[in-house]
Design a protein around this ligand. Structure first.
Ligand code: CMC
Length: 391
């Protein structure tokens, strides 16, 4: 007789207590440390949001400046990491490079591995927030065969990332402030989302006492899947597959067919069954970016048409399937010129702070190793049969 609760997919299991992020899926509410996501996206900046998530309060002017200086101080990575990068196949997916890079930080930064040392935890946290855009851009540059661009610490977080992505040693790209702002919003909106699959993975890995870089690498791996962070990339692949407005109805029929594995990527959410508040903010940002760039891209038009048709289709309406954050982030990123293979990487850059906040929160309280049980459905006990007697 077992006395465990069986809850596949953790549909009704709270795995921990947390003070970081609040979600009300029915009302479409998302709060970071009590602050509505809409206000943060409108008035704050990503690094300020990082400080808030990590420390529980918004920084005053002095704390903000100090935190920004610290983050700028860590933007470069160890030069030897370039050799590590060169070990990857030239067409390696940037998410594969990210898993490897962050895991490898454990081998490069020995002074921030001791999880019981508050200073080590702090340095690991700062290094991760600071270096994620750098290694993401390195992974991209490697994949297109261009030289790596070093960070420019005079630029803010999002603008610096776009600079490292698009500048070359021959020409420094002037970052368009409207695009940098949209990038910053994407970072803010993806920064945390309570106990989602990747954050739960980080907490679970952390509960074994693993070092911070190993824990964050596990989060990146969990984020990669198309049902989670990989959805923004999957949205663009889906648009490519649909190809033309005239095919929308055919693909909607596939999405509704239970015998067809095709799903409308960027639609639906485990928690938000009314609307995704992040998607609302990003839809506005999406309009601003498309306006600014005056883009006339048939794929983006297709996306807008698909959204309109699906929103009015009874199948999607009855099941409360609305466009989620990844539907619009995919479109914005494409408009900015970010290649599809980098979409999930960008999600990983921004979610890193959420993972760290949860990891630190877990370590700050008494915790146990996470060790779920199972409902065993295999054979009852039986005796070993020597191979010559087996049928
Ligand atoms: N297209 C077609 N049908 C869908 C979709 C979809 N995108 N999403 C859900 N459904 C159907 C599903 O088949 C089920 O139908 P029925 O009741 O007839 O069996 C019903 O809607 C309920 O869906 P569910 O699978 O029980 O919902 P879930 O909470 O287990 O899954 C989800 C949530 C996000 C995994 C799923 O909606 C999905 O796969 N969406 C597409 C992928 C996607 O955009 N993921 C990004 C999520 S937001 C970013 C993040 O948090 O990582």
């Amino acid at each position: 007789v077992n006395h465990y609760t069986y809850d596949p997919g953790f549909m009704s299991t709270a795995s921990c207590e947390s003070k970081i992020t609040y979600i009300d899926g029915d009302k479409g509410i998302l709060l970071y440390r009590g602050y509505p996501i809409e206000q943060l996206a409108e008035h704050s900046e990503y690094l300020e949001v990082c400080y808030l998530l990590l420390n529980g309060e918004l920084p005053n002017a002095e704390q903000k400046k100090k935190y920004e200086d610290i983050i700028h101080n860590h933007t470069m990575v160890h030069e030897q990491m370039k050799s590590f990068l060169n070990g990857f196949r030239r067409d390696a997916h940037p998410m594969a490079v990210m898993c490897g890079f962050v895991g490898a930080f454990s081998a490069f930064y020995h002074d921030s591995l001791d999880i019981n040392n508050a200073t080590h935890r702090e340095i690991a946290s700062n290094r991760l927030v600071s270096k994620m855009p750098t290694i993401a851009a390195m992974a991209y540059k490697y994949s297109v065969g261009q030289p790596i661009i070093y960070p420019d610490n005079k630029l803010d977080y999002a603008a610096n990332f776009l600079h490292m992505m698009f500048s070359t040693p021959c020409e420094k790209t002037e970052v368009n402030p409207i695009l940098a702002k949209a990038m910053d919003k994407i970072f803010i909106l993806h920064a945390d989302h309570e106990q989602n699959a990747s954050t739960s993975t980080v907490r679970l890995a952390g509960s074994t006492g693993a070092n911070p870089f190993a824990c964050i690498a596990s989060g990146i791996a969990a984020l990669w899947g198309p049902a989670h962070g990989g959805a923004n990339e999957a949205v663009l692949s889906m648009l490519e597959e649909i190809g033309d407005v005239k095919n929308i109805e055919k693909f909607l029929a596939k999405a509704k067919d239970k015998n067809d594995p095709f799903k409308l990527m960027g639609f639906g959410h485990r928690v938000y069954k009314n609307f995704d508040p992040r998607a609302k903010v990003l839809k506005k940002a999406c309009d601003e970016v498309l306006n600014e760039l005056g883009i006339n891209d048939p794929q983006l038009e297709l996306a807008m048409k698909l959204e309109e048709i699906a929103r009015n289709d009874p199948y999607f309406v009855e099941r409360n399937l609305y466009p989620n954050v990844d539907f619009y982030s995919g479109i914005i990123l494409k408009a900015i010129g970010i290649p599809t293979s980098m979409f999930t990487v960008i999600f990983a850059i921004s979610r890193t702070v959420g993972w760290i906040a949860h990891w630190k929160e877990m370590l700050s309280e008494p915790y146990k190793i996470s060790r779920p049980r199972q409902l065993y459905t295999g054979h009852t006990e039986r005796d070993y049969i020597p191979v010559n007697l087996r049928k």
